[in-house]
Ligand binder design. Sequence first.
Ligand code: AMP
Ligand code: GLY
Length: 426
Amino acid sequence: MQVLVIGNGGREHAILQALKKSKRVEKLYCMKGNAGTAEIAENVNVDYMDAEAVKQFALANPQIDYYVVAPDDPLAIGIVDELQSIGKRCFGPEKKAAIIEASKAFAKQFMHKYNIPTAKSATFEDYGEALEYIRKEGAPIVLKADGLALGKGVLVCETLKQAEEGLKDIMLNKSFGSAGNKIVIEECMKGLKYTPGEEVSVLAFTDGKTIKPMITSCDHKRSGDGDKGLNTGGMGTFSPCPFWTKELEKQVMDEIMIPTVKAMNAEGRTFKGCLYFGLMRTDKGMKVVEYNSRFGDPETQVVLPMLKTDLMDVFEAVTDGRLADIDIEWEEGACVCVVLASGGYPVSYVKGKEISIGDIGDCTLVHAGTAIKDGKLVTNGGRVLGVVAKGADVEEARKKAYAAVNNISWEGMQYRKDIGIKYREG
Ligand code: AMP
Ligand code: GLY
């Protein structure tokens, strides 16, 4: 088979690395890709947010059998629908199902309607009404711009003053653009043992009938050690989640995963692809923080390396509605990904710094923002590389990853030193 993955970052490189191991995949492409994807796939320079251009490319390249649409924004504009309309087979939800991530207001109303456990919330399009609600509820309180905002449209406000300023920013100053035309205001959930609450990402394959969760992982969204600093796209991940148990898995399956799949069908929005459950463990059990309509980044970087089953077999089983018939197997042990970022990320940073890579042992590099310039590997984004290590447990994988990190450098390189430590006592 010839397979094309849409997207440019670490997640896409990790998907390509997993597909590269497939016995059935003969050639890989990436639209548009980076310097890492170019080593294992042919990069295709087409704007994947231009539906017509993607369609024309697909028509001109009938040898490509299968498309994987990985990022949220092309899913939200219906790139899967476009490709399917010309007979192409795809992995990823159609536009009407991708709304589960693309609109936080939809997701919240959906969860409330079907009694799927989540924080209490209300949705507003009017600034005055939203302000009145915030004053009535008090702090702490969480504000969420409705639309896609590069993972940055969420403000967890400790004080009423912060909440009032945040509301003004989102709704009046449009700091997240039109994503802030509508706002979701949420109760701030508390973790069972940790502040801020303990979170786990569970990615799951679903064909709309069956749902099969992958191994669990934990992200580190803040830029600094100890979860301090600004929110980022994710500074590192580890798998599995230390507080995950069979009991939690059963609760999540019965109260969250199966009800979500059924409810999406009931809404006429059957979801096929990877459904991502961002969950928090609270004193009232597991609750949904957010849904994503896709693989997480950088969760994918620690989940897919542990997959023993051929990823292409899983993808096709999802597309063909045969997910119930296949066994998905995972390696024992743990995996850690440390993200190396440009100095100044997530605020402002310069690109084009030459990257030096020494001995990384048996770690794998996942490229996020890299390019080749004058024959040299250079930085080309905020998050640049992910260093991925496997081990018997998280601690062993962590040590290996950081040993490799010590042999990688460029001017201004920054990273978190504490990936894999949190929730350790379970
Ligand atoms: P999201 O983009 O929805 O994942 O939100 C980003 C982060 O904000 C989450 O990972 C949580 O740490 C935090 N967060 C979101 N909603 C809530 C909530 N209702 N209560 C507490 N923290 C939240
Ligand atoms: N790691 C969080 C996300 O992919 O949205």
